[in-house]
Design a protein around this ligand. Structure first.
Ligand SMILES: *[C@@H]1O[C@H](CO)[C@@H](O)[C@H](O)[C@H]1NC(C)=O
Ligand SMILES: *[C@@H]1O[C@H](CO)[C@@H](O)[C@H](O)[C@H]1NC(C)=O
Length: 237
């Protein structure tokens, strides 16, 4: 190999190393969970969209520059050896590898848009409801880089009418939009702007439990966070 080719290769691998973002998914729950990963359109799916994590286990996932997408936890899954099955919450079409399919709400989300001109944007969202605690901890970045935590057990504090039950047990807490499908809860129709769509008695319960998380669609001012060039720990429970 010519020296200039070697130099070129070194430059390429160096810049790949600098540009890539590492997500660490960590399971602090008492039971196994199956995180789902959905890449926004046009970009590669990470880990084919799903992974199993036993209690206490973690996995590192490298995302390419400018990746955007979401992570959520699936619970109570059983998959056969071909990766087909079902999850009690967060299921993505009955597959271990979601491979482009989103999770069925209610599911707590960790959302990212990497490498925008202002840096990385990230948030925890309960707009699609809640199924388990999830927190984001940036490391090694510059800028504000705040940790975003949602540790409350909203399954215990779920407002009446929003509970998702399985065998009598509350396994998820639906958004008011999902439960009642009304414009004032979904921020649609006459309520489709930040001024018109205000917090409701339901979204306020979510906000009280997880003040840093999106509790309804236009909850941006207290729920969007930025950081530049960080790696991110996403902790479930
Ligand atoms: C993930 O990467 C971090 C930082 O390099 C390392 O300390 C940790 O052991 C890795 N974890 C796993 C599960 O590979
Ligand atoms: C929210 O308000 C509606 C309408 O006023 C009421 O029916 C419902 O019980 C309230 N829910 C909560 C959780 O306060």
């Amino acid at each position: 190999m010519a020296l200039k080719d070697l130099f070129f290769l070194l430059m390429v691998s160096f810049s790949l190393g600098v540009d890539a973002t590492v997500f660490t998914l960590q399971n602090r729950c008492r039971n196994t969970i199956w995180p789902g990963i959905l890449t926004a359109s046009g970009k590669p799916q990470l880990m084919d969209g799903g992974v199993q994590l036993r209690s206490g286990q973690a996995v590192n996932i490298t995302a390419p520059k400018a990746w955007s997408g979401r992570f959520w936890g699936r619970r109570g899954c059983s998959f056969d050896s071909s990766g087909s099955g079902l999850c009690v919450t967060g299921d993505c079409g009955g597959k271990l590898k979601c491979d482009g399919a989103g999770g069925v709400p209610p599911a707590s989300l960790a959302e990212f848009t990497l490498d925008s001109p202002e840096g990385d944007f990230y948030d925890v969202s309960l707009v699609d409801g809640y199924n388990m605690p999830v927190s984001i901890f940036p490391s090694g970045g510059s800028g504000q880089c705040k940790a975003v935590t949602c540790r409350s057990d909203l399954n215990r504090n779920c407002p009446s009418g929003l509970e998702l039950r399985r065998n009598g047990k509350i396994v998820g807490c639906k958004s008011a939009c999902m439960a009642f499908n009304k414009p004032q809860y979904c921020c649609t129709g006459d309520f489709n702007s930040p001024n018109k769509c205000q917090p409701t008695n339901y979204s306020k319960v979510f906000k009280a439990s997880c003040p840093q998380a999106y509790s309804y669609a236009f909850d941006d001012s207290t729920s969007t966070f930025t950081c530049q060039g960080a790696d991110y720990l996403i902790r479930f429970c």
